[in-house]
Design a protein around this ligand. Structure first.
Ligand code: NBP
Length: 471
């Protein structure tokens, strides 16, 4: 019997996806560049419908037509190398799926290249890490709708399910799937940083890690319910087996990153979309990584004592609101970017559908996403998520506590870049009049860039002969 599905790349993600696909009743062929890994994987999984292949030729021959081959190798050049090796072995209409974290522009290039060769291609973002891959990830496939229809039964059966709905929809053509996965990762950076800022305030107020764990566990029962809040509670409970101390206290405050957050930043900059919360999150990781410089600077640069113990009363409720409101801002910005790119690329994106597939399987899964789906289902042309009735109420109710938290943090020298950037976005966006009148005066002063006037119709431009400045 020929296999229903083939997978190339038996690292952690590939292995788990294979086991997931197989567990849904499909026979799966596998191939890995280093053959030992294939043999080890097959040996470790006896009695399953798996076909281990030593060569790419044997792998391709073992698959039923049209062949469905998912590549799960390191993003970048390895994906192109595998595609080049596959091309001479495949027949017209065979399907290659790239399930790695590829940059969407690479996916667009591969999509056009393979279409030219008569092959079908799907660029699918897969979220949820190792556990998601094994039990059910969120999948964000991009490519022709007709190819999606062929893959749909397999993708829907392996994806996470929420309320009986699989966490996979066809995102759009070309690079749309990998693009939306990239924004998902950017949003993930934002969510994580916001939680860390809440933690830093609790720490400054003198809460123990166990008390903090209890706060996050309780929050996980309410509006903030999400995988990241849940794992934060669990992480805070964890003790170091050797010393018995809370493990988080022993972990070095130096964060890493793999680059998808920076890709999101670059794309937002190219499209002039404000994603301050995500930017703050990426930059917070960068500053954290400069540990040596920070330690040196701490000897020289002064600030107030970071002690919030006097403000402990009601702090939990206030920080809750600051976190919730900032999270709304982060998603508002993320969806603004998705919308802007979707329009530019004519991807015809379904924002409600995107929010709904993020409810399960992936790292940012959260109850909150239901409200985003509702907002776009009610008004698909919604200009800004903050103005949907549900989110408007959340922000109006939270804004006072939110600014008190930011003021408290600033007053005590505790960095809250994502809380404060989110609040500045909120205050700027709701401002009838900003200070850009003076900016326009400056631009006209030195560069004759002209300006519009409040007392004249829009679209009429004026220039002033400003006094000469000497020296
Ligand atoms: P890695 O990203 O670590 O890639 C390792 C795999 O790539 C191995 O199977 C390796 O084969 C293969 N490979 C490499 Br490296 N170069 C190759 C080449 N030139 N030709 C053929 N095979 C090559 O694996 P991963 O962590 O499982 O991630 C796979 C993809 O999924 C990545 O794009 C990743 O960004 C994405 N992703 C990962 C996660 C996660 O939580 N890890 C989550 C979501 C998405 P070898 O055994 O012969 O070296």
């Amino acid at each position: 019997k020929k296999s229903d599905f083939g997978l190339i790349g038996l690292a952690v993600m590939g292995q788990n996806l294979v086991l997931n696909v197989e567990s849904r009743g499909f026979q799966v062929s596998v191939y890995n560049r280093t053959v030992d890994k294939t043999n080890e994987f097959i040996a470790a999984n006896p009695g399953k419908q798996l076909v281990g292949c030593d060569t790419l030729e044997a792998f391709v021959q073992s698959l039923a037509s049209p062949r469905k081959i998912q590549i799960m190798v390191k993003a970048g050049a390895p994906v192109d190398q595998v595609i080049e090796q596959l091309i001479p072995l495949l027949d017209q209409d065979d399907i290659i799926i790239d399930g790695g974290n590829s940059l969407y522009t690479d996916t667009e290039r591969r999509d056009a290249y393979l279409a030219d060769k008569g092959l079908r291609f799907i660029g699918a973002g897969v979220s949820g890490g190792e556990e998601g891959a094994r039990k059910g990830p969120a999948i964000m496939p991009g490519g022709p709708a007709s190819t999606w229809e062929v893959m749909k039964p397999i993708f829907e059966s392996i994806a996470a399910k929420v309320d009986g709905q699989p966490c996979v929809v066809h995102i759009g053509p070309g690079g749309a799937g990998h693009y939306v996965k990239m924004i998902h990762n950017g949003i993930e950076y934002g969510d994580m940083q916001l939680i860390c800022e809440a933690y830093s305030l609790f720490k400054a107020a003198g809460f123990t890690t166990d008390e903090m764990a209890a706060i996050f566990n309780e929050w996980n029962e309410g509006a903030l319910q999400s995988y990241l809040i849940q794992i934060t509670g669990k992480a805070l409970e964890q003790r170091d087996p050797e010393t018995g101390q809370p493990l988080v206290d022993l972990i070095l405050d130096k964060a890493g990153q793999k680059g998808t957050g920076q890709w999101t930043q670059l794309n937002a900059a190219e499209n002039a979309v404000v994603i301050g919360t995500i930017n703050a999150a990426v930059e917070a990781r960068v500053l954290s990584s400069q540990k040596k410089q920070r330690v040196a600077a701490s000897e020289h640069l002064q600030g107030p004592v970071a002690d919030l113990s006097a403000a402990k009363k009601n702090l939990v409720a206030k920080v809750h609101d600051a976190l919730y409101a900032s999270k709304v801002i982060s998603y508002t910005q993320g969806f603004d970017l998705i919308k802007t790119m979707g329009e530019k690329k004519q991807w015809n994106l379904d924002f409600g559908g995107i929010a709904s597939i993020w409810r399960g399987g992936c790292i940012i899964r959260a109850r909150f996403l239901n409200h985003i789906t509702d907002a776009y289902r009610t008004d698909p042309a919604l200009v800004n998520l903050m103005l949907a009735p549900f989110f408007k109420d959340v922000l109006n109710n939270a804004q006072q506590n939110w600014r008190e938290v930011v003021a408290l943090a600033v007053g005590h020298g505790i960095p809250v870049p994502a809380f404060s950037s989110s609040l500045s976005y909120y205050d700027s966006y709701r401002s009838h009049r900003l200070s850009a009148n003076l900016l326009q005066a400056q631009r006209d002063f030195f560069g004759a860039h002209t300006y519009e006037r409040t007392d004249k119709p829009e679209g009429q431009f004026f220039h002033t002969e400003w006094p000469e400045v000497i020296g």
